[in-house]
Structures are given as structure tokens and as C-alpha cells.
Design a protein around this ligand. Sequence first.
Ligand SMILES: NC(=O)CC[C@H](N)C(=O)O
Length: 375
Amino acid sequence: MSGTRTPAALVLEDGRVFRGAAYGARGTSLGEAVFCTGMTGYQETLTDPSYRKQIVVQTAPQIGNTGWNDEDDESSRIWVAGYVVRDPARTPSNWRATRSLDDELREQGIVGIAEVDTRTLTRHLREHGAMRAGVFSGDALAPVEELLDTVLASPAMKGADLAGEVTTSKPYVVPAEGQRLYRVAALDLGIKANTPRQLAKRGIEVHVLPATSSMDDVLAVEPDGVFLSNGPGDPETQRHAIELTSATLAREIPLFGICFGNQILGRALGLGTYKMRFGHRGINVPVLDTATGRVAITAQNHGFALEGEPGQRFESPFGAAIVSHYCANDGTVEGLRCQDVPAFSVQYHPEAAAGPHDANPLFDEFVGLMETKNA
Ligand SMILES: NC(=O)CC[C@H](N)C(=O)O
């Protein structure tokens, strides 16, 4: 870390306090404290719009070893509210690095804290659940009671409507690589750069649309398929995206959803969503496909989940659907498949840029749906 040591504190809403050293920008950040278990991919994590309003705790003890590069961003900026690490790299080293993580956090005004016992903190969050928190740094920190009041006055993640804060302001097109086979309208609720890239690689021209786009905007693209992206906040707040999904299903346009997109498809099909105790955030979450019995190791980042049982078949306004995938760790819903309309979704990330790539063929399945529809 550059400069002299500045004190910092992480204050959780239940009154637990972790003291450490300022990391990144100095100041205050408020958000929901969540832990992420990925051993690699911190740059992709930090720039994932789904982390908006969250204070991310890295369980990997050393962070920043490979610095920051100009290639791995998942969006135009760092979205996490605050960052909690144990042991930041003193000397980053990687052939692609152009600066240190500490410098980048400072540059982007992200308030972090280092020298935290992240193992104890993670156990606390596992037991008591993800909760509101604040990172405070500076030479003269206010008394803990005052800091706690600030945390308690901040909004909770349940009921948070955040897609509008991260979506693109204007539509844009990511051209197909090689010959254009299909055109897809992608609703940007917090899309990561690797998603259009994965689609484009498969000959898809991707029209990324703002979250507020109407069905007419979607149809104006003349899409062969509709894609629902990942995104921050509570899926229950996404009434517009849910209506757009219903309109897409009614027209039988092939649809694929990832993460937030899975929750939105589920809600359009009549399932409920709930806030999990501490969610799934990492790059080694095992998911079971009920059709094949095969397990995929997946990247995940979610704090809400769909209600449902593994393998459950249910009736929806658009015909029958099944809970096609579930988490091998805790049995939560990880995927849906409609039986009567061309639509499916997963709670995990086939585009995962830091890997693993087990789920990557799901993009080919989406292409398959469009092929069948056009046959
Ligand atoms: N990565 C995502 O799309 C997250 C979806 C949703 N915001 C959740 O936390 O569950």
C-alpha cells in the first residue's frame, strides 16, 4: 500500500466492528456486506454491476497480486460500494498490469479497508446473514455509536431497485463476429461485457437496450431472441422487466436469462423470490442439472433466489415449466426451463470471465433455440 497507515473501521448493522487500515480511497461507504470466495478474478468482481451497493469481503487472504489491467473490466467502472481485504499486495506483478489495485480503488473513489480478519468476518456473515455495513476511514474516526447510526440509517438490499442506476443510457450494438446469423435484444439490467462478447462469438448481433426499453423498442430490433442480463438489487422490484419478459414469452420469441434474468423469468412464470441468508458469491459453486444428473462448477454472485424445489414441474401462464437446475450445496433453484415456449434461464454465469467455463455451452443452447424457431 502506498502512503502512511490511516485507520479504518468496518461497522456491521448488528454492532460488530472490525478495525483495520484504510485501503483505496479514504472516506465513508455504505452498503450490504457480502463475502466472495473467488481466489482469482477480483478485477471482474469489482467491475460487475451486480455488486452495486454492496461492500465486498474477499475471503482469499491476499488480494491485488496481479494489479489492475486495461483488459479485464466487466463494465466501465468499479461498482462495489466498499472493499474489504486482509492482506493487500505490496508489489503487484503481472505482465498485463498497468497499475496497482490500491491506485485504481483510489482513482475511482472506492473506500476500502485492509488488515481485517476476513475469516472471522465471513463466519459472522454466514451465521448472521449478509447485512448493512459501513466502511469508514480517516485519521479522526467518529465514535462507533455514531458510525453505527450512519449504518442503521442506510437502505437495505431487500426492496432495492438498482437496475436503473447501472443500465446503459442509450442502446448500443455489439456486432457479430464473422457472418451474422441472429439478432438478439439484450435487456441491460447490469450486463457484463463478456456476455455480448460470448453471443457475438456465436454469430449474434447484440442490441443492448436500456432497462426502461418498451416492448416496441425490443420488437424494433426484429430480434431472433431476447436476453435478460444479470443485475443488482431485489428482483421483486423489476416489474417492468417482468412484464417485458411475459410479452416476450407470449410471442414465443426465444429467451435466455442469466442470474437476475433467471429471477425475472421465474417471476414472470409465477414463482416467488426471497432474500437468501448469505447468498452465493464465488467461482466454484456446484450446480446439478436434473435432466442429466451432471454437475457443473459455476461462477455465481447472487443474494436472492427463486422459490422452488429441485426438479419441480409447475404450471405457469405460459404452459408447463421445470426447475431444471439446483445447487448441490443447499438445494436452491439454479435454473428454469419452459416446456411449451422457447425459454430457459440459469442463476449462474456461463460468461464467467475468470472462469470456470463448465456452463459456457449454455450460449450454444440459446443459439439452438433460435435455430429451431427459424427452421
Ligand atoms: N448477479 C446478479 O444478477 C444478481 C441478481 C440479484 N441482484 C441477486 O442478488 O440475487
